[in-house]
Ligand binder design. Structure first.
Ligand SMILES: C[S@@+](CC[C@H](N)C(=O)[O-])C[C@H]1O[C@@H](n2cnc3c(N)ncnc32)[C@H](O)[C@@H]1O
Length: 264
């Protein structure tokens, strides 16, 4: 009798494990809403509850354990491994990251702005490719994410090149010239909440922070999507815009980056 109950428990646990670790993640790979609901809501809340920690804290631990201090590439690889094998996270990710890298290398910005730091993954990606003397300002309004991102950026050895400013983009963009000594940005990476892409782009224009030739690179233009922003940069005579097709980070769902050249 006891053996029967024990066997049933072991079998149940095994089925649950296969379901949660293999079958559901594989099944949600192709559906945007299912992938986001599973990874970003159900799994995150469950793991937060049972570990008593947050996803950014777990990601930081993976960096500290598996990356080498002062080596940005090892930080990026450690985060990608964590996201592929342990937990999905809303970084730009390895696949779209290659597109981001190529744009950063092409622009070679002296001064860059990132909207939305999260844990600092894309900050490290951009920061490691900056030319000598260049600066990246990254904005994050969640203090818990900012705390983790600072440690990730420091671990990567990029603290001299990167300035993380805590607060909402709508408040901070108008302060860029006076408070942070910015003339114009050569490159802006938009990766914060999607309903802010368009208002913040217009704010950057109004504040004179874009010059002829400044590049805007926007993530997640398909998933979750930024239809108002896309319509604006694709139809405005002030921009020349191009879509780079890819996939939502660490999934097979279509997503992409929109690169827009400001024409003045
Ligand atoms: C998709 S995540 C950024 C991912 C990061 N760029 C990466 O690839 O590693 C979006 C982040 O933007 C932040 N955020 C959203 N709206 C913001 C705003 N208006 N101002 C500042 N941060 C914002 C969120 O708290 C979140 O951490």
């Amino acid at each position: 009798m006891l053996l029967g109950v024990l066997s049933a428990c072991v079998l149940g646990a095994a089925v649950l494990y296969v379901l949660v670790v293999w079958l559901i993640p594989a099944a949600v790979q192709h559906s945007a809403w299912a992938a986001l609901l599973w990874h970003d809501v159900i799994v995150e809340r469950f793991l937060d509850f049972i570990t008593g920690s947050t996803r950014p804290q777990r990601l930081l631990k993976a960096v500290q354990k598996n990356a080498s201090r002062g080596d940005p590439q090892s930080v990026i690889s450690a985060i990608d491994r964590f996201c592929h094998s342990s937990e999905w996270a809303m970084n730009v990710g390895d696949e779209k990251g290659v597109i981001l890298d190529s744009v950063v290398c092409e622009v070679s910005p002296g001064c860059a702005l990132e909207l939305g730091t999260y844990c600092g993954y894309s900050t490290v990606r951009i920061g490691r490719l900056l030319p000598p003397g260049a600066k990246l300002i990254t904005l994050e309004f969640n203090p818990d994410y900012a705390k983790v991102a600072r440690q990730v950026i420091d671990f990567a050895g990029l603290q001299e090149k990167v300035l993380l400013v805590e607060g909402p983009s709508g408040d901070l963009i108008p302060k860029m010239k006076e408070q942070y000594g910015i003339t114009t940005f050569d490159l802006v990476f938009l990766d914060h909440w999607k309903d802010r892409y368009l208002p913040d782009t217009k704010l950057l224009e109004e504040c004179g922070l874009l010059r002829k030739g400044s590049i805007l690179l926007a993530d997640n233009v398909i998933c979750p999507g930024t239809p108002d922003y896309l319509a604006y940069v694709r139809s405005s005579p002030r921009y020349e815009s191009k879509y780079f097709k890819s996939h939502l980070e660490y999934t097979k769902v279509e997503d992409g980056l929109e690169k827009s050249i400001f024409l003045g």
